[in-house]
Write a protein that binds this ligand. Structure first.
Ligand code: SF4
Length: 380
């Protein structure tokens, strides 16, 4: 592991909690936060490097620290200071354009202090990182889990240390990350893997994906979430292709065939479907849930959010099998409702996009906290 010579700039942020318009069913979260902008982990594929994120300075070397983050967060979490209380869901620590456990966290301890606040104010927390430094905070994560719930997840592109050294030069090897996950799992904390991004023609093969599943299954992981790699034109693409050409010169022409060159850095539908098919088959073989399972959140969310998340997850689980699904649209319509579903006296068909099958699923979720159809798809 190496760390670039870094430049740190401390700034006063205006706010910390990022509120989503509707609950995010990937993370089962309505709120995210970042204390650092820029990331010393310097992953070669990181889309934080792309111009669209407006991260100042040289990515991988320069980091902005929101020096007043904890003071702001206290104000944002404190129910006495809020007219509308925060929604019940996981508060997401991680993601975005800077790992919350990147090396400067050792010095600033903003993530640790934020976890202490979330414990104090009673929020469930989901941590996503690539750094084994998260183990430092086991004590506070355990306390959050005992009071509410905590999930610890690591993102991996593969389980292969050598490939990781090329594409993730600033983070502990996957074998180290998996050891840390095993540690949290042994201590009774729910753990997940975000197998993303898989790198086209390098870590997206069935052999590489299967290796991750095997290791995840040995640990007893609670879920694996999968995703491909975006490649936005400009800084992100130039940097990535430079490293790819140096290490895998034969692959660069193949990238031209699968990347569309749009502003999102998307791949073709065919490519996308093919990697999701591999993921689906492999996760099914190992019976690992392909989304955060409802047992980890059904007692946390409001009834509408619970229905939205389960319907969206069902939509995803059907689509990766190449099937059509009405559930995503129904979930979107439900996210616009002002009243709780249970006050509608079972008359769910008047919600746009809700047909007979969806109505049955909603009724079952309201009654039991989950849906048997969804539970089957989650591992099947
Ligand atoms: S750890 Fe995440 S935010 Fe940091 S460089 Fe890697 S992908 Fe980007």
């Amino acid at each position: 592991m190496y760390i670039n010579v870094m430049a740190i700039k401390e700034v006063e942020a205006k706010s910390i909690l990022r509120k989503h318009k509707k609950i995010d069913s990937w993370f089962v979260s309505c709120y995210g936060m970042n204390f650092y902008r820029g990331c010393l982990h310097n992953c070669v594929y990181c889309d934080g490097r792309s111009e669209g994120y407006y991260v100042d300075g040289e990515f991988g070397k320069d980091v902005i620290v929101k020096i007043n983050a904890i003071e702001l967060l206290r104000r944002e979490l404190d129910p006495k200071r809020k007219r509308v209380p925060l929604k019940r869901c996981f508060i997401m620590v991680g993601g975005g354009v800077g790992d919350s456990y990147q090396p400067i966290e050792r010095r600033y301890k903003l993530t640790r202090k934020a976890l202490e606040l979330m414990y104090e104010y009673d929020f469930p927390v989901s941590v996503l990182t690539k750094s084994t430094l998260v183990e430092r905070d086991f004590d506070i994560i355990k306390k959050i889990d005992e009071k509410q719930r905590a999930i610890v997840s690591f993102s991996l592109s593969s389980a292969d240390d050598k490939t990781s050294a090329i594409f993730e030069p600033g983070v502990p090897a996957p074998s180290e990350r998996l050891k840390t996950l095993a540690f949290f799992k042994e201590k009774g904390i729910a753990c997940g893997i975000f197998l993303l991004p898989v790198i086209p023609f390098v870590t997206d093969t069935s052999e590489v994906i299967e290796k991750v599943m095997e290791k995840a299954s040995n640990i007893g992981i609670d879920f694996i979430i999968f995703g491909g790699m975006t490649l936005k034109q400009g800084r992100q693409q130039d940097f990535f292709l430079g490293v790819l050409k140096k290490n895998y010169p034969e692959l660069a022409p193949k990238y031209r065939e699968i990347y569309l060159g749009d502003k999102w850095g998307s791949t073709t539908k065919e490519y996308n479907e093919s990697i999701h098919r591999i993921f689906d088959e492999s996760a099914t073989k190992y019976k690992i849930p392909k989304r955060i399972p409802s047992r980890l959140f059904k007692d946390i969310l409001s009834e509408n959010d619970l229905v939205i998340v389960i319907l969206e997850q069902t939509d995803y689980l059907l689509k990766i099998k190449g099937a059509k699904s009405p559930y995503g649209y129904a979930a979107y319509s439900i996210s616009k409702l002002k009243e709780p579903l249970s006050t509608m006296e079972g008359d769910f068909r008047k919600i746009k996009g809700v047909g007979k099958a969806t109505e049955g699923i909603i009724q079952e979720i309201l009654k039991t906290g989950s849906s048997s159809y969804y539970e089957k798809l989650l591992i099947g």
